[in-house]
Design a protein around this ligand. Sequence first.
Ligand code: 4AD
Ligand code: MG
Length: 465
Amino acid sequence: SVIAITDILAGKYPVDESITIHGWIRTRRDSKAGISFLAIHDGSCFDAIQAIAPNNLANYQTDVLKLTTGAAVKVTGTLVQSPGKGQSFEVQAEQVEVLGLVEDPDTYPMAAKRHSIEYLREQAHLRPRTNIGGAVTRVRNTLAQAVHRFLHSKGYLWIATPLITGSDCEGAGEMFRVSTLDMENLPRNEQGKVDYNQDFFGKETFLTVSGQLNVETYCCALSKVYTFGPTFRAENSNTSRHLAEFWMIEPEIAFADLSDAADLAEEMLKYVLQAVLDERPDDLAFFEQRVDKTVIERLKSVINNDFVRLDYTDAITILENSGKKFENKVSWGVDLNSEHERYLAEEHFNGPVVLQNYPKDIKSFYMRLNDDGKTVAAMDILAPGIGEIIGGSQREERLEILDKRLAEMNLDADDYSWYRDLRRYGTVPHSGFGLGFERLVAYATGMQNVRDVIPFPRTPNNASF
Ligand code: 4AD
Ligand code: MG
């Protein structure tokens, strides 16, 4: 099988023996003495391995000198300890086989130079070949594997919740419709409204904004569960933190209150960030150098300090007394904007903050009403540099109060009959949260825009590729 370059550089293969590597040319440099130095990478780690091709190779003139950035090769030769600094091993090539040349190197979009992040976004199909594209991809993978590993080690079951749904979990009306109706000729009922009875599912359906309501059903049977999958929001916000299609991790815990959920969230964030420090030092060194000088220091500080826990009401007091001129004024009852969240996490506390017990009117119907009758057991976790990274709550497990909340929010209890059943048959206190995966990847890398940490970003007016 093909040998990964990361394993060679890690010293897993004996020196002075023959080895075959496969990969793409990052750079080629020719010495006056008639030797070509090929930096070859395969995505398995940040570094490339150097292959040294002498001009006495039979195909030196015809092939080796045609190799340019992006060309694919198979090189066989002797593995040797490298004398160059910063290099551990290199290959003295005896055979260089060209698998694929780059047509017209002058116009190759990923030529070896620094490209702007915006330019790379427009080349999403070639972006993974760049240093930054590869590093983001490996860190994203480490985070995803670490999330599953952490939750599995704690006994959580991974539940597949549907992407097509009839209900709006967050009640924000930001849903993409799923329909097979003929748009040119929509069937109408007697009132002139679109007749979704004639649609594929016999009702109006959407792409899900969250797997929470569905995963609650499994929580109320199997106790510790989570979803990890794509979610969709048609919010027309052109910001560096919003995607129309993003991934979310949603643990749901039975017999647990809000502080249990906050504990799990804090432990999980620390675990997965530690995994990045342990598994991807090469990529983090790159991010620190090129993207965010403070990234490693920041990850360590998050891991080593307790998260602040603060009531919304106290946060309002802090904001009111901050002496800052916010664009959006704060007073008890208003929803916080990113300027307020950033002030709290960055300036006031300089670390992650679990903000909890929000006014009920700015939060979703399913959140548990507190004894004060004004607030709900909700939490947002705010992180410096990114703002809200997690949203969660204790769920309302009391049927009467849930029904009152549905009515208050003008939601039809009939639409939630299966959700209400959980409260009718053996109801239990339960809590959970949603961690936005792209915001987590951005946080762990220092990347400034979630569009650059998902392979094919979906944003307003952009669904290319
Ligand atoms: O706060 P949200 O809306 O919470 C929920 O969806 C709950 N049902 C979760 C739960 O309790 N199971 O979203 C959760 C997180 C946010 O904190 C944010 O990190 C991320 O999802 N998020 C987005 N990420 C990228 N693009 C968007 N448009 C996002 N909207 C939310
Ligand atoms: Mg939220």
